[in-house]
Design a protein around this ligand. Sequence first.
Ligand SMILES: [Mn+2]
Length: 324
Amino acid sequence: MKAYRTILQVFDQHHSFALSTHVNPDGDALGSELALYSFLKDLGKQVKIFNTDAVPKNYTFLPFYDAILPAKAFQSDFPEILVVLDAGVLNRIGEDLSHTLIPTKAMVNIDHHNTAECFGDYNLVETDASSTSEIIYRLIQHHGTPIGKDRALCLYTGIMFDTGCFRYSNSTPNAHHVAADLIQEGIAVDEVYRAVYETLSVGTIRLLGEVFQTLGTTPDGKIGWLYVTQEMFRKTGTSHDNVDGFINHIRSIDTVEVAILVSEQKNGDSKASLRSKSFVDVGAIASVFGGGGHQRAAGCEIDKSCEEAIVQLVATIQQRMRDG
Ligand SMILES: [Mn+2]
């Protein structure tokens, strides 16, 4: 637990902080960031959050979410300490921010990704943690500060999201113990679930209908994919934000080991999400294409059309499966 002590000392010895997390922030990115924000505020620190992408609407129930500033709000008020959460490499916070948001004293990286590069001056990287939120929970506990209901709501949301609502293999006994503690702070788990997942627009369901038309699988059924194009977004009045969770439909096919969801970017390039069920390390697959992630969940960008990206991904995955 020396790593926790070291990070708490760094917090103790400095006054001004900036926090950031990865682009397209998810429940864990936001939950861990906002809980840490609240913790540092309670310690009397000056704290600002700068994220490249805005908070998705379904996360605006999180306390303190309006403290999150856009990248362009950062001028030259350099923080002593920059804490980067839930990102394994620095440029995951966005190309611009990764170059402009420079701390005067030290960078701290808190993360749980297998592919984490430990790019900070101080790194709290625990690859067996379910989520960055679980690590922030431990950090606050280690300090002896009560978690409290607001931070519990943030951290529970993070753990719930990263464990796929306690269904993925990272739903460890520890993750459940921490979740139990957080629930004890008085949060309503049914409300958290509804806020995150049951706020779909009609457009999102229409988009799902379009995307389902693209379903493909390899002859053995082990790899399945869907893709979504800019035209589908236009037709249904939706955007990339609405695609969240679509990949789970492919993963739920009985024969599928690897699920691929490819999304066409505005410039025609592709962004791929990869999920696996039990044995394929999709983090390793993603890193072949310059991406990253975990064994069971990863992502990468490919400068090809959706169809071409799928062909390349499938070939790479089949090769890995053959090599065992
Ligand atoms: Mn995470």
